[in-house]
Design a protein around this ligand. Structure first.
Ligand SMILES: Cc1cc2nc3c(=O)[nH]c(=O)nc-3n(C[C@H](O)[C@H](O)[C@H](O)COP(=O)(O)OP(=O)(O)OC[C@H]3O[C@@H](n4cnc5c(N)ncnc54)[C@H](O)[C@@H]3O)c2cc1C
Length: 436
């Protein structure tokens, strides 16, 4: 049996088979096969989720062969793509047409379908997560039928953030926008000033995010505005980030801190002094939104009411102090506009996303557990692609349309072939006898 693990290597599974269908007909045949043999079937995109959302002991299907652009509507700025396309390739295709995604998260290795299925987001009070740009979906249901869902169909809101539970998405149509340049202004503020000025900063910039490095009193603010200036991005600096700093230097620092935890505060202070400095640059939006791949680490991230942003950062600092933890990674605060996708963490409320991140160390699990407890207290909803432990009852209480989503999932997948341990934990175990 093949063995499979996610990017962070914190989840592993032994699928009966890993399959890459070449077209939709092959995919439908796989679904029929799973039904007939009572095998579970799950799609995996780029396996960049920290949660076990894409793990399967049945058929693990990957759509890397379904990654083409199918249609571009220049008048309406819309693009129809096959669901397996990676965000990096989508960005290239859009740039060639003078278009761009209005917002992105911090990496673009994910598949489009995987990113929207988990509510992957960037940071702006003015834009929703990536799923909010989906205007049509084509998917293969658990019955092996093809369903095309377009604007005006309520099921679009239901299935955009689909958690891989309701069907296999084969095509996605996205509303995009004109290509644009961004001017980045990053600067450090003392912790208390960053909290005092947070509202003002969030209102000032079109895109803004905050990084706090534990054991330091510094918060780095990243503010972005559209710009007509020419790009001044340094290829050499990006190369250095990707091939030297994030590949060797930061992993080395994490390793050192895990061996000698008492050094973590001093190492963090050194990094803050070197990295949390004022700088400005201009470049194409997709390059400005994204970062070099970070070293491996674990994350839990929750969507909180926007008004809880200050309490979230304060709470994390208190957690580190009170439990005498040694936390070796930046903590990230971002903002997302409210939306109407039933399973979106930003459903119906203006949101801030607080991410608690930590590299392998003795402090890692107590920190992530403490952060989850804090985020729960603050009314948080988990990010589906990150680590969390909730019960189906808790999810139902956090997301008003969760029960409707479960009903729709059972309708589209009556034999529960898309079920896995994650869906049992989040949506509940199906009452019908199901494949496993
Ligand atoms: C270094 C790093 C940085 C990250 N940065 C951000 C960030 O800035 N913002 C953010 O919000 N998240 C971020 N994430 C999380 C990441 O965006 C999500 O976990 C995303 O879902 C990963 O996409 P994927 O293609 O790897 O999907 P997978 O992890 O492979 O799958 C995720 C879910 O999508 C489902 N799925 C995949 N393809 C299909 C399909 N064709 N049809 C139906 N379901 C499908 C899977 O079944 C699974 O349920 C980051 C992750 C990493 C590792």
């Amino acid at each position: 049996m093949p063995s499979f693990s996610n990017w962070a290597r914190n989840h592993r599974c032994q699928p009966a088979e890993i399959v890459q269908p070449a077209d939709e007909a092959e995919l439908i045949a796989l679904v029929q096969r799973a039904r007939a043999a009572s095998l579970s079937i799950r799609v995996v995109g780029a396996a960049h989720s920290w949660s076990d959302i894409a793990m399967s002991d049945g058929l693990l299907v990957n759509l890397d062969k379904l990654k083409g652009v199918l249609e571009f509507d220049a008048e309406r700025d819309r693009i129809r793509v096959q669901a397996g396309i990676r965000l990096s390739d989508l960005n290239r295709e859009l740039a060639a047409r003078g278009r761009a995604m209005p917002i992105l998260g911090s990496i673009v290795s994910q598949s489009v379908a995987g990113a929207i299925a988990t509510g992957t987001h960037g940071s702006s009070r003015l834009y929703g997560n990536l799923s909010t740009f989906v205007v049509a979906l084509r998917l293969v249901t658990g019955c092996g039928e093809v369903l095309v869902i377009e604007e005006g169909d309520e099921r679009l809101a239901a299935l955009r953030v689909g958690l891989g539970a309701a069907g296999i998405v084969t095509e996605v149509t996205l509303q995009v926008g004109p290509a644009f340049q961004l001017h980045e202004h990053k600067f450090a503020l003392p912790f208390s000033q960053a909290l005092e000025r947070m509202q003002e900063l969030v209102d000032t910039y079109e895109y803004v995010k905050f990084w706090w490095l534990p054991h330091t009193d510094l918060v780095e603010v990243f503010g972005y505005e559209r710009s007509t200036q020419a790009s001044n991005l340094s290829r050499a600096a990006r190369w250095l980030d990707e091939h030297v700093l994030n590949r060797f230097v930061f992993p080395g620092v994490l390793w050192l801190g895990s061996r000698i935890p008492r050094w973590v505060p001093a190492l963090n202070r050194l990094i803050a002094r070197l990295v949390f400095v004022e700088a400005r640059r201009v470049g194409p939006s997709d390059e400005m939104f994204t970062l070099a791949m970070p070293p491996r680490h674990l994350e839990t991230e929750w969507a909180l009411p926007r008004t809880a942003a200050v309490a979230a950062l304060r709470g994390l600092r208190a957690l580190v102090r009170e439990q005498r933890l040694r936390v070796n990674f930046v903590q990230e605060l971002r903002f997302v506009q409210a939306d109407d996708s039933w399973m979106s963490p930003a459903y119906g409320r203006e949101t801030c996303q607080m991410g608690a991140y930590c590299g392998a160390s003795r402090s890692m699990q107590p920190y992530l557990d403490g952060a989850q407890a804090l985020f729960r207290e603050l009314g948080g909803r988990p990010h589906w692609g990150k680590e969390f432990d909730t019960t189906p009852a808790e999810i139902a209480s956090l997301l008003p349309r969760a029960a409707d989503f479960v009903r729709l999932v059972r309708e589209l997948d009556p034999q529960n072939i898309f079920r896995n341990a994650f869906s049992d934990r989040v949506l509940g175990r199906p009452t019908e006898p199901a494949s496993s």
